[in-house]
Design a protein around this ligand. Structure first.
Ligand SMILES: *Cc1c(COP(=O)(O)O)cnc(C)c1O
Length: 392
């Protein structure tokens, strides 16, 4: 490696790490930001050895500062690995399961991850046990196999998308460890500023960098972070051989977005809590799903294992599916679009996707709260709720 991104003592707070990590070495007249390196290959004549860049599918200097920052934020002992998308990272993580093995996964996992697991299972690569991830007994039963084969991998996502169920990460990681299952936690919704799965016993952390980490809805990128050298070697091998690598420009944009992560998360979380409380008492809303609310079944768990409650919330709109669709159409500031974690607030009726499980209510809207003024966000929701109430 020719360039060594700067790193920092463990004493820095995460909101400083996002700003300070991954800067070029401080020499006179050096650039403050890392450069974008556009090269598909690297000069070399002798034997290629471990750590050589060699070729652009194995490594790129533009990835390094981002991989370093993600590792520091998650509290890992090894650099992270960036991938071309969150789902490319999912694909690499699922490749760890031995052929004929068993995967335990939340039934409300991110839709793409669930579809991928179902398709791989249908091909006979492994068997899939989907569970209510908030129910410890059910998950532990699926892990031990209750007489059948024990699990090889536990997939965790907490809070889940879009039902926002909260998994008991500490207990489930210990239970997985007891049967020798590798734990992968999709930490996209929380970001490492809100939840640190490696500290809670997970082996691997997964991110759709597309969402909060990059934060501006202009990048598709994924990442895996682990402190386990064997697992990291397998994941790196998968990336190099299957080829789902990050473009240098995307990696650079993601690091640029990461610089403001702490500010964005702080603002969005505060607004999400505020909006959840207001929506909870509104006549046009049957139910609010948000672990920050005292009334939410996941509230106590979330309080114990998270440093906040995130900034995605869901509402079940009174009047059903048609009213929910009309509500989305009546909004002016909120953008109707899939995805989440950007600076701009997005709203979506999840069941508009054919693949969405039918256990997700048809009148459920998922709100990704951005960083706009919270009164403007509320006023827009309030006027739209009123408009659809008048039509009913
Ligand atoms: C978006 C998302 C993914 C997939 O990431 P892409 O970058 O879209 O491939 C995985 N998990 C969660 C929780 C997500 O929200």
């Amino acid at each position: 490696m020719t360039t060594e991104p700067s790193s920092h003592p463990d004493t820095l707070s995460p909101d400083t790490v996002v700003v300070a990590t991954g800067r070029p070495a401080r020499v006179h007249d050096a650039a403050v930001n890392p450069p974008i390196v556009l090269s598909s290959t690297y000069v070399g004549t002798g034997q290629v050895v471990d750590g050589d860049r060699a070729y652009g599918r194995y490594s790129n200097p533009t990835w390094d500062p981002l991989e370093q920052a993600l590792s520091e934020l998650e509290g890992a002992e090894l650099p992270g690995l960036v991938f071309s998308s969150g789902l490319a990272a999912v694909s690499a993580a699922l490749s760890i399961i031995p052929v004929g093995g068993v995967l335990v996964m939340p039934r409300h996992s991110y839709q793409g991850a669930l579809v991928m697991a179902q398709e791989l299972a249908a091909k006979g690569l492994f068997s899939l046990r989907t569970v209510d991830i908030a129910n410890n007994d059910e998950v532990i039963g699926a892990l031990t196999g209750s007489g059948e084969k024990a699990a090889d991998m536990l997939w965790l996502e907490s809070p889940t998308n879009p039902m926002l169920e909260v998994a008991d990460l500490h207990v489930l990681c210990r239970s997985a460890q007891a049967v020798g299952a590798v734990v992968v936690t999709d930490n996209t919704f929380c970001t490492p500023l809100v939840q640190k799965p490696l500290d809670l016993g997970s082996d691997v952390v997964l991110h759709s960098v597309t969402k909060y980490l990059a934060g501006h809805s202009d990048v598709i990128l994924g990442a895996l972070v682990t402190s386990n050298p064997e697992l990291r070697a397998q994941l790196l091998h998968h990336r190099s051989i299957h080829g789902a690598i990050a473009g240098p420009f995307e990696a650079w944009l993601a690091l640029r977005g990461l610089r403001t992560l702490a500010l964005r998360v702080e603002r969005a979380q505060a607004s999400a809590m505020d909006l959840a409380q207001r929506l909870e008492t509104h006549d046009g809303v049957d139910k609010v799903l948000f672990p920050g609310l005292d009334s939410d079944p996941g509230h106590d768990r979330a309080k114990a294992q998270m440093l906040g409650f995130g900034s995605v919330l869901c509402i079940e709109v009174a009047g059903g599916e048609e009213t929910a669709t009309a509500l989305v159409e009546a909004l002016r500031l909120w953008t109707p679009a899939t995805s989440l974690g950007g600076v701009e607030s997005l709203i979506e009726r999840r069941r508009r996707h054919a693949n969405e499980p039918d256990t997700v209510p048809a009148n459920l809207l998922r709100l990704s709260v951005g960083i706009e003024n919270v009164e403007d966000l509320w006023n827009d929701l309030a006027q739209a709720l009123e408009a659809v109430a008048a039509q009913r």
